[in-house]
Design a protein around this ligand. Structure first.
Ligand code: HEC
Length: 156
């Protein structure tokens, strides 16, 4: 009886130790990028259309020509601050089309400043990234904003 209790205690201690180890490994495995993505998941904003001229976007299957154009615009105008996967000066952009509506993304890229002034989600984002200058007004033309959106759709 005594040895049974003893081995039971040993077993439970071992289990607690393993749990602790798992927890530690879990924690250290979470990179800043993953943290940002977790934050993203919790701040899903798909109903927000933002402020700007776009009221509706019809999405079809991925259009590779548009993706390529969007990729060029991204390299030219966005990559100084944004990476797709890692934190640069600004949030990584992988997965943004899961949490932001197409209408919102286009309005934000065409009309950044007004959204920074009025949109609750953008304001909270600015508060999170306050060590960085806010995103400058991108003033993209509609066709360019649409191309960037298509590019971001492939980075999910
Ligand atoms: C000067 C640096 C800078 C440039 C250039 C820039 N951004 Fe940003 N971006 C930011 C910052 C900082 C934020 C956080 C919110 C804010 O400041 O408006 C942000 C936020 C975003 C978000 C929201 C991300 C999220 O997690 O919800 C998207 C989408 C975005 N930018 C796309 C772009 C695209 C596309 C371009 C290029 C056309 C671009 N940005 C150019 C700095 C920049």
């Amino acid at each position: 009886m005594k040895t049974k209790t003893k081995s039971l205690i040993q077993l439970s201690l071992f289990a607690v130790f393993i749990l602790f180890l798992g927890f530690r490994m879990d924690n250290s495995a979470v990179s800043t990028t993953e943290m940002t993505l977790i934050q993203k998941k919790n701040s899903s904003n798909l109903n927000d259309k933002g402020f700007g001229p776009i009221k509706e976007v019809k999405l079809g299957p991925i259009n590779q020509r548009l993706v390529d154009k969007g990729n060029d615009i991204f390299n030219d105008k966005c990559s100084a601050c944004h990476n797709i996967d890692d934190v640069n000066l600004a949030p990584p952009l992988r997965g943004v089309t899961k949490i932001l509506s197409p209408v919102f993304i286009m309005n934000y890229l065409m009309n950044t400043k007004e959204n920074q002034q009025k949109d609750g989600y953008v304001k909270s984002l600015m508060a999170q990234w306050k060590k960085v200058p806010v995103m400058k007004d991108q003033k993209l033309k509609e066709a360019d904003a649409r191309a960037v959106l298509e590019f971001l759709r492939t980075k999910n």
